[in-house]
Design a binder for this molecule. Structure first.
Ligand SMILES: Cc1cc2nc3c(=O)[nH]c(=O)nc-3n(C[C@H](O)[C@H](O)[C@H](O)COP(=O)(O)OP(=O)(O)OC[C@H]3O[C@@H](n4cnc5c(N)ncnc54)[C@H](O)[C@@H]3O)c2cc1C
Length: 412
């Protein structure tokens, strides 16, 4: 089967690219090894960043420049005014809040945050604050950064492109026919269930498989020491909690980032990242939730965590390597032979990555309309579950420290 492109990996990067290629008339399919978005996308907080986090030190950094157009672009897609059509993607919130602790460095952060962005924080009066931020002593601002449910985004695009998504078994059902390293002439697939074989002959092959890009590059005989992982341990809290989406900033750091959703049984779930999740990597889940409870009490005075349940999950951010292992400023793309490897760095930057990769792929196998009959009965991938919907997840009662008097604030 002649194709213009075969994409490996159906997270935000692969699915956005598939939409882009299909719309430019390319004969393209996406191969998924597990569940769509497993890895990072389904575990993400879903904030369509506009770069504020990257200006907290008061400079318009390259990261902030690269991401500042994204909120408008996503907003148009979510409204159905631009592609991809994301009108079935659930919007958790139309804005984020930004609040500060009462330290000096925190105040400096809020000033820095106003520089050079298309979306600037709008300071709120006491009456306009959301319930969760009523008792915060410092400034509270509103930021027009939307928060989406990543799983509904994955499901939205999976439904639109069902006939182009194939589930593959990378251990027992995937081989590359190589002309030379990085020059793939055919992708040979076996469905272990039925024993059926399928040979795809793409002009271009794209790896957008997150952490899975390393194994794919190895199979294509390309350098596999090109990726870095930055681990996180995220905290989950569920129970009777107020709605809250936003960041508590302290100087140039995001002390916590909180997003929320309602689970399948109607309970409010908070997903907590930021510096807490970076520091949490070295802690046991119980120790981390204890620390999280103290941190939340310090940054959200007045919020009641009685009768809540807590959990954590570990996840690595997978990105193209940088010299010091720091976060890349923007998307990362590597090209060799007919293989392109890409990491978006942020979910919000998926459109930038898709543009960059799609500009190298033309619709040539496409003299006839796209036909999916050759793989009509092939297994299809499911969409990964949100971390709090995992039936095997352990939850424990609120850590004791939430009952105690608020701990002393950290030094500025
Ligand atoms: C906890 C957390 C919170 C985040 N919050 C945000 C946020 O709020 N906003 C934001 O902009 N960014 C956020 N990010 C970053 C964002 O999630 C990632 O940059 C983005 O999801 C990466 O997408 P991806 O498609 O490259 O990879 P992934 O989402 O990891 O998807 C990779 C896909 O490839 C599949 N796969 C793996 N190996 C293979 C293989 N060999 N063959 C075929 N398929 C394979 C996987 O099953 C998966 O479906 C967050 C990241 C984390 C970890």
């Amino acid at each position: 089967m002649r194709l213009d492109a075969v994409i490996f990996g159906g997270g935000v990067a692969g699915l956005w690219l598939l939409d882009r290629l299909a719309r430019q008339g390319c004969h393209a399919v996406l191969l998924e090894a597990g569940e769509l978005g497993a890895g990072q996308t389904v575990a993400a907080q879903g904030i369509i960043h506009g770069g504020l986090k990257y200006t907290l030190q008061g400079l318009l950094t390259p990261s902030a420049k690269s991401i500042r157009g994204m909120p408008a672009l996503w907003r148009a897609a979510l409204l159905g005014h631009a592609t991809p059509n994301l009108t079935r993607t659930h919007i958790r919130s139309d804005c984020c809040y930004l609040w500060q602790t009462d330290s000096l460095s925190s105040r400096a952060g809020m000033i820095g945050a106003k520089i050079g962005l298309q979306i600037k924080p709008e300071t709120l009066g006491l009456d306009d604050r959301p319930e969760a931020l009523r008792h915060v002593p410092g400034t509270v601002a509103k930021l027009a950064e939307q928060v989406i449910c990543p799983r509904s985004f994955l499901a939205d695009l999976a439904e639109q492109y069902q006939d182009r998504l194939l589930k593959i078994d990378i251990k027992n059902g995937l081989r590359f026919r190589l002309h030379s390293p990085g020059e793939i002439s055919a992708v040979e697939l076996t469905d272990p269930g039925s024993g059926r074989e399928l040979v795809l002959s793409p002009r271009q092959v794209v790896f957008t498989a997150g952490a899975g890009n390393v194994a794919l590059r190895k199979l294509a005989k390309l350098d596999d020491a090109v990726m870095q992982r930055r681990p996180l341990q995220m905290v989950l809290v569920r129970g009777e909690l107020p709605i809250l989406n936003g960041h508590c900033v302290d100087g140039a750091k995001t002390r916590v980032t909180i997003t929320c959703d309602v689970d399948a049984r109607g309970r409010m779930v908070w997903q907590i990242g930021g510096q807490l999740a970076e520091d949490g990597v070295a802690m046991s889940p119980q120790a981390l939730t204890q620390r999280a409870a103290q941190e939340l009490q310090a940054v959200l005075p007045g919020v009641n965590f009685d009768h809540t349940e807590w959990s954590t999950y570990q996840v690595d951010r997978a990105e193209g390597s940088t010299n010091q292992g720091s976060r890349p400023e923007t998307v990362q793309v590597l090209c060799a032979g007919n293989v392109t490897t890409g990491w978006p760095t942020k979910m919000a930057l998926a459109p930038v990555l898709a543009n960059e990769i799609a500009s190298r792929i033309t619709a040539e196998a496409s003299s006839a309309p796209f036909q999916s009959t050759a793989w009509a009965d092939w297994p299809r991938p499911n969409v990964a579950l949100l971390p709090w919907e995992d039936p095997h997840r352990q939850w424990w009662p609120q850590p004791k420290s939430t009952h105690q008097a608020p701990p002393q604030r950290r030094a500025a």
